[in-house]
Design a protein around this ligand. Structure first.
Ligand code: UTP
Ligand code: MN
Length: 496
């Protein structure tokens, strides 16, 4: 468990309470190679501009600034001060970040050129693989080197979810996520020596796979009747774990069983069963592009000037997805109100919707407050829908040669695709963008980092700083990372 890090409430000598404008950025200026007088000058300058600058290095420091030192030199100095590896909790920055921030009158976004590079420590013959412990501190590419391990761990995570054991599920997902971020394939347990988030259970599974090629627990889970039935039942649009579990206990195993036994289904579940085969098929990037064009046309027809952004897995560079997610806003605050019913009406008139359910925007900063904001359920105006997507002519022609089992919906010339539309006021757009890009684990880790390490509360609507009791406004994702004291991670590297 990472200890809760609380920002110091009392300010150091010479630091006037009312002059400190950015308490979430706690700066330590390294005297080494700079000299005491220049350091004192920079400290006075910074404080006069409202920056929090500490005289003494402590665990509350978020930004270490130095001049003419290499990253390794600063790291070594910090190691001597604290006796531990501080690399995961502090930004090591060149003086340029500080001077640019002075010029800007506020902490500027940390860019690559500001960051002092630290060489991974060589360890005997091979370099140990080191990683920071929160997924939002790491870069996780889409394609990685350890899917033979991560797929196994994710089966156990999924199974834990089916058994309503969230803690266990998250533990397996975190372990898998660490392996996704590694620069090379794991060959022995020795490679895992310095890695975070690998609990005993995950390590046992990994060890067995490395030694025997597979894990008995994973294979028996994969084959189990419960796992397979829960996978089939929760795979139905509109069906969650609770409902699937109830059906499983009643002896139902598949969508066909639901039809055969005449189960009571709500409107979403009816559509889920009706379009089951289509919705099981991955949506391709090419299909997502066609849907983007349709959504753009719909939105611009009802609100010219509105902006549409492709979100979710496709924004992270995935080539296929289970649905297509869009975020819609308008540069003029308030113009977006009541937009969704107009969009769905347009789409319905064109015969493009097989199903839709719109929920209204219920977020109110004044009444929702920061406590609610930490929950991952957001309250935007949102439309869960199933689109009727015409297939390109070329694929319809080649239809005659596809196998008979595909014939059903293939022959019809269209397919069903899940589409999520979300409307955000432009003041919340950056938070909504960050929240709807994913991955789910990356989002979860961002919120955990904010709460545990920064005493802040992050949602898809806002970022609230509990230390200062105020909302931190942002126009870009970069600013949000900066408030959180995190290096910016681009969407393509949020595949945690
Ligand atoms: P998805 O479930 O669509 O996942 O949620 P994905 O990453 O696009 O992967 P696919 O679709 O399976 O290929 C996309 C993002 O939207 C957020 C999730 O946290 C995720 O990051 N989201 C989803 C919400 O914030 N709220 C929701 O109710 C649903
Ligand atoms: Mn998605």
């Amino acid at each position: 468990m990472i200890p809760l890090k609380r920002r110091k409430v009392s300010l150091p000598v010479n630091q006037q309470n009312d002059t400190c404008k950015f308490p979430h950025v706690s700066i330590f200026i390294l005297e080494r190679k700079m000299g005491a007088s220049r350091r004192a000058f920079l400290t006075r300058l910074g404080r006069s501009k409202g920056f929090l600058i500490e005289e003494i290095y402590s665990s509350s420091i978020t930004h270490v600034v130095s001049e003419n030192n290499s990253g390794d030199e600063v790291q070594a100095w910090l190691g001597n001060q604290t006796g531990q590896d501080t690399s995961s909790s502090v930004h090591l920055l060149d003086i340029r970040w500080f001077t640019e921030s002075m010029d800007a009158g506020q902490p500027v976004i940390i860019q690559d050129r500001h960051i002092l590079k630290v060489k991974p420590k060589p360890d005997g013959d091979h370099t140990a693989m080191l990683l920071k412990s929160y997924a939002c501190q790491r870069r996780t590419p889409l394609k990685h080197h350890n899917s033979f391990l991560t797929e196994a761990l994710e089966i156990l995570a999924q199974n834990a979810e089916y058994n309503d054991n969230e803690g266990r599920s998250v533990a397996f997902r975190r372990a898998a996520s660490v392996l996704k971020a590694l620069p090379r394939r794991v060959r022995s347990m020795e490679d895992l020596r310095c890695l975070p988030c690998l609990g005993d259970h995950s390590q046992r599974v990994i060890k067995e796979i490395l030694e025997d090629g597979s894990s008995r627990e994973v294979e028996s889970t994969r084959q189990s009747e419960q796992y397979q039935a829960m996978k089939a039942l929760t795979g139905i649009f509109g069906v969650g774990v609770r409902t699937a579990d109830r059906w499983f206990r009643e002896g139902l195993r598949s969508p066909d069983d639901l039809i055969r036994t005449g189960q009571q289904l709500n409107r979403a579940q009816q559509a889920g069963v009706q379009y089951y085969d289509d919705l099981q098929k991955p949506v391709t990037m090419a299909e997502a592009d066609v849907i983007s064009d349709i959504v753009e046309k719909a939105v611009h027809s009802v609100l010219p000037g509105a902006e549409i952004q492709l979100m979710g897995g496709f924004r992270r560079g995935k080539e296929v997805g289970h649905d297509v997610d869009f975020l819609i806003t308008h540069p003029e605050e308030g113009k977006e109100e009541g937009l969704m019913p107009k969009i769905t009406k347009w789409l319905e008139e064109q015969g493009l919707l097989l199903y839709q359910k719109t929920t209204r925007n219920s977020y109110l900063e004044k009444t929702d407050g920061p406590a609610r904001a930490s929950s991952n359920m957001d309250r935007f105006e949102r439309c869960f829908s199933i689109f009727k997507l015409q297939k390109p002519a070329v694929s319809r022609e080649s239809n005659c040669t596809v196998s008979a089992e595909d014939a059903g919906s293939e022959a019809s010339g269209w397919r069903a695709v899940r589409v999520d539309l979300v409307v955000s006021p432009c003041s919340q757009f950056a938070f909504a963008t960050l929240g709807w890009t994913g991955s789910k684990l990356f989002e979860r880790e961002l919120r955990r980092w904010a709460g545990q390490e920064k005493h802040m509360s992050l949602s898809s609507h806002a970022l609230y700083d509990s230390t200062q009791n105020l909302y931190l406004r942002a126009k870009t994702e970069e600013e949000i990372f900066s408030y959180l004291g995190l290096e910016f991670i681009p969407p393509s590297e949020r595949n945690a």
